[in-house]
Unconditional design. Structure first.
Length: 90
């Protein structure tokens, strides 16, 4: 006679439970910074047209995860936006 398998939920593991948080991420997408590319515009407080693209409707600076801007250029953007606000250009 064939043996019957015990179908307890404790013995079964889902694929999600087998995943480890220390496994490398397979799906890593490279984001290209629009301000670091060749021929990109220079980030400056006088370039109001460029700065308006990185400011929300309420006047807040958009985060880099939304705009795909690199960390270095994000810092330059935030400084130049703040300078343009102080001079009432924005």
């Amino acid at each position: 006679m064939p043996k019957k398998h015990n179908t307890n939920k404790k013995n079964k593991q889902s694929n999600f439970a087998k995943l480890s948080i220390f496994q490398p991420n397979k799906y890593k997408f490279k984001k290209n910074c629009p301000l670091s590319a060749k021929g990109a515009p220079i980030v400056d407080y006088k370039n109001v047209k460029l700065l308006r693209k990185y400011v929300s409707e309420n006047g807040k600076i958009l985060p880099s995860r939304i705009t795909n801007v690199s960390q270095k250029k994000q810092r330059e953007l935030s400084v130049s936006i703040k300078r343009a606000r102080n001079l009432a250009l924005l």
